[in-house]
Design a protein around this ligand. Structure first.
Ligand SMILES: [Cu+2]
Length: 293
């Protein structure tokens, strides 16, 4: 009977190990195949970086992973040592030591050093992310309940609204809750300053692959920046709970070559001309094309 239960237990352990190995292989493959700035099923880790800020954020994240792993391994080793070496059987007469100055100094100094080692690159990165010294262009982002509007103050006040595409209107290839009617279009290899604000409640303009997350606060102008390293489409979302349609104000950014961006500017100037004549007038939330269905 004992042999039978032993055999069963071993089989169960073998099956569990096999499952873990399979999971590692599958997630490894998915992680290397998947390449796009959008959420993916079974995604492990973060979206591929598209800006120097995100490159650095990833590097810092990996550095922290190593530090936390080493600390966890060290604590686990200490625990195991104590369990084996000082249990009731192997150490029947416990020591009555209650103070050890050297150890007390060590366990104060070492964690402080670890925190300093973490804090230095963390502060450097924070200041690097904060603002770009010489922006090539500026974009103003305004959060509304529940859509975004974008302005290009350097481009004769080009401005437009960006609304989510309703489920019923999705065309093949468009992403549900991520695609919008008018994406923000930017040139690559350009230092772009982003000014973020809001007209009603607090929103947050968040693009994971850019490493940009900026609160949109009424009456304030928050600043961030990005420099997109390659052409492509990048998705983000409002990630500050802002009301019932919080989930329906995604961000879509199309990064073009500098030449293609100039061509887009010409087309956009014509397409959104009516918005420019609108000037500072209050815009009402755009009604989706599907309304009335
Ligand atoms: Cu919002």
């Amino acid at each position: 009977m004992e042999r039978l239960t032993g055999l069963l237990a071993r089989r169960r352990v073998a099956r569990a190990l096999l499952l873990v190995a399979l999971a590692v292989v599958v997630t490894g493959t998915v992680a290397t195949v998947a390449w796009a700035a959008q959420p993916r099923p079974w995604e492990m880790g973060m979206q591929p970086p598209a800006t120097p800020v995100k490159d650095r954020l990833n590097a810092f994240h990996n550095e922290l992973l190593v530090i936390t792993f080493l600390i966890a391994a060290f604590v686990m080793a200490l625990l195991l040592y104590v369990i084996v070496r000082f249990n009731h059987r192997s150490n029947p007469v416990p020591s009555h030591t209650s103070h050890n100055t050297v150890i007390e100094i060590l366990w104060t100094i070492v964690p402080v050093l670890v925190l300093v080692i973490i804090a230095i690159p963390s502060f450097k990165l924070m200041y690097y992310m904060d603002r770009v010294p010489n922006p090539d262009m500026t974009i103003k982002v305004t959060g509304h309940q529940w859509y975004w509007s974008y302005e290009y103050p350097d481009q004769k006040g080009l401005a437009f609204d960006s609304n989510v595409i309703q489920d019923a209107d999705l065309k093949p290839g468009q992403l549900r809750l991520l695609d919008v009617d008018n994406p923000l279009v930017v040139p690559i290899h350009t230092n772009i300053r982003v000014l973020v604000t809001s007209t009603d409640v607090i929103h947050s303009w968040f693009i994971p692959s850019f490493g940009v997350q900026e609160y949109a606060v009424i009456g304030r102008l928050n600043e961030s920046w990005f420099n997109v390293e390659r052409e492509g489409t990048y998705y983000g979302e409002c990630n500050q709970i802002c009301g019932v349609n919080h989930a329906f104000m995604p961000i879509k950014i199309v990064a073009l070559s500098k030449e293609a961006f100039q061509r887009w500017l010409v087309d956009a100037g014509k397409k959104f001309a009516h918005d420019q004549t609108n000037g500072g007038a209050v815009r009402v939330a755009a009604v989706p094309a599907s309304a009335g269905n």
